[in-house]
Design a protein around this ligand. Structure first.
Ligand SMILES: Cc1cc2nc3c(=O)[nH]c(=O)nc-3n(C[C@H](O)[C@H](O)[C@H](O)COP(=O)(O)OP(=O)(O)OC[C@H]3O[C@@H](n4cnc5c(N)ncnc54)[C@H](O)[C@@H]3O)c2cc1C
Length: 504
């Protein structure tokens, strides 16, 4: 070890959970350092829409929507299958307190975000109960903040800087970082954490790697691991049975490969993996990457037999799980017509340039469906029959196979003019088929934690000094993705509960 530094709290990672913990700890008077592997802060959280599923808060009350903690409890009770009830209750109880605590600071401001929840279940709020940070202008932030926030995905992947208006996840990261730096917090970048430092059985810091050699950063009170999942690690994905591929994940390149989780496991932390992620259909890019896609307005998804297999308008995680069920669904082909001028009738982050897709073969175009089928290698007869059947559903307004358009989520993004807004015929040549893979917004299995965010051993006892949240932990929601903002909302709540425990 060539260097030693000491703080009250060491936070590993810099996504929404990590920075919530860092901000609250520093504001409460604990000297806090954020240790980030890359040169930029925010990880996948900075790419996100910044939706936070934090039910029952003052923000929903201000918006006058029918949200409440009790309603959210009913909703989760109906939706979750395998969750730890005590942790769910801790989440529900603390979410409103967290929002009040954050909004008490001039750096933080939220608003309601209309975005339907992902299950038709008791307790669901029409148009959803998610909140998001309000936009902030780069010019209103200290230059250091603007410089450190990872740009939006389409710009980051292209090697470009951020925009002048920071919205969604950009705003969340910028606002938390602004408050953290204002209060004297420390940020160390390009410092991958590789291990944990123990004093007897207590976690007393982290070991990290610099080009000059290893360093030890000591934590007088505790370490909070909130450093993403292991979505960027092919071996671990395979070991834990997570479908998809490192090439298709949405995590920024070189970020989330799971070493902080492994460091905790090495000192006895329990894990719960379940082989899952926050899934989504991924528009394949010419470079082999995936793009998170939601909100299909028209068109239909077919497998390698040329057949539909699910309601394309399903919430993205649920559609991703349908994709994962059979090998003939990866890749799938999304077939659409020319009614949007050759652009994908969906929201893809990023979509990419149609001409580049066509040149690379990730999209193919043809004047007839027969020709299109030949280009994508699916049986022409089957594709024709599938499209014909789909178009008949568009005319009648009833998707007899998969019920597309029956749920409020299905019609939220769709603008069709027929009897069913979510069903628009695929009938205007030329036709395009876009290749889709199974993408993810991160894995959601990992360290087992308790109601205070403490990392537990196999015997259920907490490891002194060690806390975790975000995708580094086994999700409080288990297998399910209840609504927009569930990853960030849960990450923020358990980071905040960890700080509360650190202060106790
Ligand atoms: C386009 C898009 C939109 C989305 N929209 C939403 C949304 O609106 N709401 C929502 O809740 N979720 C959304 N998500 C999902 C959500 O962004 C992620 O699941 C979540 O932010 C992950 O948070 P995290 O803190 O676990 O990881 P990240 O935000 O990825 O942060 C992890 C950080 O830890 C760092 N790190 C990793 N390993 C180490 C190490 N060894 N040492 C130090 N640092 C390390 C990484 O470099 C990274 O910066 C979206 C995702 C995408 C891609």
């Amino acid at each position: 070890m060539t260097e030693e530094r000491e703080y009250d709290v060491v936070v590993v990672g810099s996504g929404g959970g990590a920075l919530t913990g860092a901000f609250l700890a520093q504001r409460a008077g604990l000297t806090t350092v954020v240790v980030e592997k890359t040169a930029l802060l925010g990880g996948t959280s900075a790419y996100s829409g910044g939706a936070c599923w934090l039910p029952g808060s003052q923000v929903q009350q201000r918006a006058g929507i029918s949200d409440s903690t009790a309603g959210a409890r009913d909703y989760l009770a109906a939706v979750l299958e395998d969750a730890d009830e005590a942790k769910v209750e801790a989440f529900l109880q603390h979410a409103p307190e967290l929002v009040a605590d954050l909004e008490a600071d001039p750096a933080i401001d939220f608003e309601w975000l209309p975005f339907p929840e992902y299950y038709a279940a008791p307790g669901r709020v029409p148009f959803g109960r998610s909140i998001q940070p309000t936009n902030v202008k780069r010019g209103e932030l200290p230059a250091a903040v603007g410089d450190l926030v990872r740009p939006p995905v389409e710009r980051d992947r292209a090697g470009e800087g951020g925009r002048n208006t920071l919205s969604g996840g950009q705003s969340l990261i910028a606002r938390l970082l602004d408050g953290f730096l204002r209060d004297g917090g420390t940020v160390l970048t390009e410092l991958p954490v590789t291990g944990l430092v123990l004093d007897d059985d207590r976690v007393a810091g982290v070991a990290a790697m610099t080009p000059e050699g290893p360093v030890e950063i000591r934590a007088r009170r505790g370490v909070l691991i909130a450093a993403g999942g292991f979505e960027g690690n092919a071996e671990e994905r395979a070991a834990h049975g997570v479908p998809g591929d490192v090439a298709w994940t949405m995590a920024p390149a070189g970020t989330n490969t799971g070493e902080p989780i492994r460091a905790a496991v090495a000192i006895g932390a329990a894990t719960d993996y379940r082989g899952i992620g926050w899934f989504c259909p991924g528009l394949e890019q010419p470079d082999g990457g995936g793009s998170f896609t939601l909100g299909f307005r028209s068109g239909l998804m077919v497998d390698s037999y040329g057949e539909r297999y699910a309601n394309e308008a399903l919430p993205y995680d649920r559609f991703g799980r349908e994709m994962a069920k059979a090998p003939e669904r990866i890749p799938s082909w999304f077939v659409f017509d020319s009614r949007e001028g050759g652009r994908l009738p969906a929201i893809a982050m990023p979509e990419g340039d149609p001409a580049a897709h066509l040149a690379a073969g990730t999209w193919v175009r043809a004047d007839t469906l027969e020709e299109l089928a030949g280009l994508i290698g699916v049986p022409a007869e089957a594709l024709l029959a599938t499209v014909e059947r789909f178009n008949a559903f568009c005319e009648s307004g009833v998707d007899e196979d998969f019920g597309r358009g029956e749920d409020e989520y299905d019609t939220f993004f769709a603008g069709g003019t027929g009897p069913n807004k979510a069903l628009t015929a695929c009938s205007e040549p030329p036709y395009v088929a876009a290749r889709f893979v199974l993408s993810d917004l991160g894995t959601k299995g990992g360290l087992v934690t308790d109601v205070a965010g403490r990392v537990l051993r196999e015997d259920g006892s907490p490891i002194p000094g060690l806390y975790a949240s975000s995708n580094s932990t086994a999700s409080v929601f288990g297998q399910q993705y209840p609504g927009p903002g569930a990853p960030l909302g849960s990450a923020m709540v358990f980071a905040s509960l960890a700080v509360r425990d650190l202060l106790a």
